[in-house]
Design a protein around this ligand. Structure first.
Ligand SMILES: *Cc1c(COP(=O)(O)O)cnc(C)c1O
Length: 390
């Protein structure tokens, strides 16, 4: 019934808006590791809390509904969700993965999976011909992340799904940057949607969490088995925090995106800045595809100075943003991919992906955008005299 509402409304009015036994309008936090069974030979819905518990289940149901899936899964971090999903693969399988994937996923795929005989090839996923050429007889998965991190490249999700179906392989899509309010990969044919709920879904820099959603029920059973086997589940307090964050997801995303678009355009016009990466800018090569598969350009952008010194000076002079790892929060977060999100990637690999030492990533929060612009202006002006010109 609630699927008929717009996503705005679904965030508030879903199957868990009222607790059926108490009428509570906030999902109760059930601190119970096990559940009494009334019958000797017939067990209830809940048995042992690693398998399932009512608070986590509420979050799993809500994210499944928002993504248009049949089943959701909550994990103790985005990486726990991603690595558990990779456990669907077996020894001898091969993965095609986007070259500018999140640093933690890069680490898992390059340093953990090979020990279990699972191979990978990194590809430029904006180049469909290249991806098609790299498919091997044992390719079982195409792993998409779009927009990518931190250079905001856009992968054509439908094209990747088509290629995957032709070769009978699965597709995963990391949807952390846009969330279901702006992009719904399952509706484009993707098999598993993955999230770091630490970012926009939680939204307040107060919880580390991960989510996965599937549409296919059989795949859902396999992932449920892995979630219980691996055991990297999200605790009940943290499940509740993500549920609370979700209620304001649409308004936060809308406000942050408006500000991000304005900032991207403004930065693009500043002579101190060499390059701005944002899929909403007219010169962005992925803009058209982005607009076909998503309803927004998102709240994350990156921009590049000609040198590390200039990036450092900017970070040291700017006052409003938090300088930190992470994104997708109420406060604007500035980060330095070279040593933060992509610190686990060797320098030459980073450079191949356009992650230069002058690159900064910005996740726009809920501050007044004019305050951010004033702050950035003074930071650019203070460093102007010392700016190292190319
Ligand atoms: C942060 C992030 C992850 C990892 O999530 P954690 O919650 O930190 O484990 C995965 N993908 C993307 C795009 C991210 O930004």
């Amino acid at each position: 019934m609630s699927e008929n509402y717009h996503i705005h409304t679904q965030l508030l009015h879903n199957d868990h808006k009222v607790c059926p036994s108490t009428g509570a309008v906030s999902v109760p936090i059930h601190h119970s590791s096990t559940f009494h069974q009334n019958s000797f030979d017939e067990f209830g819905i809940y048995e042992y809390a690693r398998g399932s518990n009512p608070t986590r289940k509420a979050l799993e149901d809500v994210i499944a509904q928002l993504e248009g899936g049949t089943r959701g899964f909550a994990f103790s971090s985005g990486m726990a969700a991603i690595s558990t999903a990779f456990m669907l693969l077996s020894e001898g399988d091969h993965v095609l993965i986007t070259e500018d994937v999140y640093g933690g996923t890069y680490r898992f795929v390059t340093e953990v999976l090979p020990r279990f005989g699972i191979e990978h090839t990194f590809v430029d996923m904006t180049n469909e011909v290249e991806v098609a050429e790299k498919v091997q007889p044992n390719t079982k998965l195409i792993y998409i992340e779009t927009p990518s991190n931190p250079t905001l490249k856009i992968t054509d999700i439908r094209a990747m799904v088509k290629l995957a179906k032709k070769h009978n392989c699965l597709t995963f899509c990391d949807n952390t940057f846009l969330t279901p309010v702006f992009q719904r990969p399952l509706e484009l044919g993707v098999d598993i949607v993955l999230h770091s709920a630490t970012k926009f879904l939680g939204g307040h820099s107060d919880v580390v969490a991960g989510l996965a959603v599937v549409k296919d029920e059989e795949l859902g059973k396999r992932l449920a088995f892995l979630q219980n086997s691996f055991g990297a589940i999200l605790g009940v307090q943290d499940s509740w925090l993500v549920l609370r964050g979700l209620k304001t997801l649409q308004v936060r995303m809308n406000a942050s995106t408006l500000a991000a678009a304005k900032l991207a355009e403004w930065l693009n016009g500043r002579q101190e800045v060499e390059k701005v990466y944002y899929p909403g800018l007219p010169q962005h090569p992925g803009k058209e595809i982005q607009e076909q598969q998503s309803t927004s350009h998102g709240a994350v952008l990156s921009f590049e100075f000609s040198s590390k010194e200039n990036a450092k000076a900017f970070v040291e002079n700017v006052k409003l943003p938090v300088f930190a790892v992470s994104l997708g929060a109420v406060e604007t977060i500035l980060s330095y991919p070279t040593t933060m999100s992509h610190g686990s990637m060797p320098k030459e690999e980073r450079e191949k992906r356009g992650i230069s030492d002058g690159l900064l990533r910005l996740s726009v929060g809920l501050e007044d955008v004019d305050d951010l612009i004033s702050d950035f202006t003074q930071a650019l002006e203070t460093i102007e005299s010392s700016l190292v010109k190319k």
